[in-house]
Design a protein around this ligand. Structure first.
Ligand code: LMR
Length: 394
C-alpha cells in the first residue's frame, strides 16, 4: 500500500535547518527559520528557563497525567499575558494547553468545523507557509486575499476589507496579533478596529495567531490589537505560542484560548476542545508548561525573563534599523523595513534570486524572500547587503 506515496518536497522553512548545517562556508548566514539568535548567532536557552528547569527538577514529584486541556496552573499563568490583569472576561474564557502554537491553530480550526462543517477560513497572503496546509488538513475551505503587496511593500488594506465583505456567518478570519509573519507589516489600531467591526457585522469569528507577543515593541503594546478585537466581537479564537517569547521552540508549548459570547457556553466549548485534543494527542507534554508556569509565578524569575525578552526585542529592532539605514540595495527600498515589526521582513526577491543567494553566497532565507532579522549581526550585515546587491544587480 505504501508504495503509492510520492516523496514530498522538504518543508520550505524547516528544510533550511539541515541545508545550513551542512554548509561549510565560514561566512554563511542563517536568515531562515524564525528563531531568535544573539549577536554571536546562537539561540541560547534563556537564563530564566534554565533556572526554572533547575527548580522543576528539584520539586517535581509526579509525572502522572493531567487532562486533555493540560496544566491548569500554566493556563492561569499565561492568561494575563493575553487578556491583561482584569478578570472581567474570566467566565467567557476557555483555555487549553496545546502542542505549540501550531497545535492551538489546529484545535481552533477543528473547533470551527465542529460548529459549522461548511466553514471557510479567510487568510491574507503572504502568510506563514504552514497556515494553508494546516487549515486544509483540518477540513476548512481556504479563501485568500492579498494582505501585502510585496513589490510596493505596503499592506493592501482595501483588498482585505473587500474580501472580508464576502465572508459568511460562521467563517473564520485568520489574523496575526503582531509581528506579521512573513512581512513584519501590522495593521494600525484604526485598521484593526475596522476589521473587527466587519467581522462582528458578518457574524464571522477571528482566529488570532499570537506567536510573537513581546517581540515587536513590548508585551503590553503587542497585545493591544488582540484586546481591541476581543472588545468588539462576541467570540474569538486565540492561538498563543511560547516558542519565541520564552525561547521554548522544541518544547512545543502553547495554548488555545476561546472567548465565548457569555459564561453559559463555556462548559460546552471546553468539552469540545478537550475532546478534539484527546483525539489527536490525548494530553499535551508538560515540561514547557512547567517552565512557563514557574517563570510567570515567581517574581524573581519573571523579572529575569522580561529583561531577556526586552534585550532580544531590542536586538532585533536594532538589526532592522541597521538594515533600513542601508536605504536601498539593488533597487530594493529597505527604508520601509524600519517601520515594520518583529523578526521578519519580506524582500521582493524571486525564487531564483533566493537560490543564488544560498548557492553562491551561503545566505539562507525562506523561498518567499522572507528574512529572519535575528540572523543578522553587526559583523555579517555588510556581507549580507553586498551579497544581496550582487544578486540583484546580476
Ligand atoms: C517560522 O515561521 O520560521 C517559525 O514559525 C518556524 C516554523 O515552524 O515554521
Amino acid at each position: 500500500m505504501l508504495e503509492v506515496l510520492k516523496e514530498l518536497p522538504s518543508d520550505s522553512v524547516l528544510g533550511l535547518i539541515k541545508l545550513f548545517a551542512a554548509d561549510t562556508n565560514a561566512d554563511k548566514i542563517d536568515l531562515g527559520v524564525g528563531v531568535y539568535k544573539n549577536e554571536q548567532g546562537k539561540t541560547p536557552v534563556m537564563a530564566a528557563v534554565k533556572m526554572a528547569e533547575a527548580r522543576i527538577l528539584e520539586a517535581e514529584n509526579s509525572k502522572t497525567y493531567y487532562g486533555s486541556d493540560g496544566n491548569s496552573a500554566f493556563l492561569e499563568a499565561v492568561a494575563p499575558l493575553v487578556f491583561g490583569a482584569s478578570t472581567a472576561l474570566a467566565d467567557r474564557i476557555v483555555g487549553c494547553q496545546t502542542v505549540g502554537g501550531t497545535g492551538a491553530l489546529q484545535l481552533a480550526a477543528k473547533l470551527a468545523i465542529s460548529c459549522n462543517k461548511d466553514a471557510a477560513i479567510w487568510v491574507g497572503t503572504p502568510t506563514w507557509p504552514n497556515h494553508l496546509p494546516l487549515f486544509a488538513a483540518a477540513g476548512l475551505e481556504i479563501k485568500t486575499y492579498e494582505y501585502y503587496d510585496v513589490k510596493s511593500q505596503k499592506i493592501n488594506f482595501s483588498d482585505m476589507i473587500n474580501a472580508l465583505q464576502s465572508g459568511r456567518a460562521g467563517d473564520v478570519v485568520l489574523l496575526h496579533a503582531c509581528c506579521h509573519n512573513p512581512t513584519g507589516a501590522d495593521l494600525d489600531l484604526d485598521q484593526w478596529a475596522q476589521v473587527a467591526s466587519l467581522i462582528a457585522e458578518k457574524g464571522m469569528i477571528p482566529l488570532i495567531d499570537s506567536a510573537y507577543l513581546g517581540l515587536g515593541v513590548s508585551l503590553e503594546q503587542d497585545v493591544k490589537a488582540l484586546q481591541l478585537v476581543i472588545s468588539r466581537v462576541p467570540e474569538t479564537l486565540i492561538a498563543f505560542s511560547c516558542s519565541k517569547n520564552f525561547g521554548l521552540y522544541r518544547e512545543r508549548i502553547g495554548a488555545l484560548f476561546v472567548v465565548g459570547k457569555d459564561g453559559h457556553s463555556s462548559s460546552a466549548i471546553k468539552s469540545h476542545v478537550q475532546y478534539l485534543a484527546r483525539t489527536v494527542y490525548s494530553t499535551p507534554p508538560n515540561h514547557g508548561a512547567a517552565i512557563v508556569t514557574s517563570i510567570l509565578s515567581e517574581p524573581g524569575l519573571k523579572k529575569i525573563w522580561l529583561s531577556e525578552l526586552v534585550e532580544s526585542t531590542q536586538r532585533i529592532n536594532d538589526m532592522r534599523q541597521q538594515l533600513a539605514a542601508s536605504s536601498s540595495v539593488g533597487g530594493i527600498d529597505l527604508v520601509a523595513l524600519g517601520n515594520q515589526k518583529g523578526m521578519f521582513a519580506l524582500l521582493p526577491l524571486s525564487v531564483d534570486q533566493v537560490n543564488t543567494l544560498r548557492d553562491s553566497f551561503s545566505v539562507y532565507m525562506a523561498p518567499s524572500g522572507r528574512i529572519n532579522l535575528a540572523g543578522l549581526n553587526r559583523e555579517n550585515i555588510p556581507y549580507f547587503v553586498s551579497s544581496l546587491g550582487k544578486v540583484l544587480n546580476e
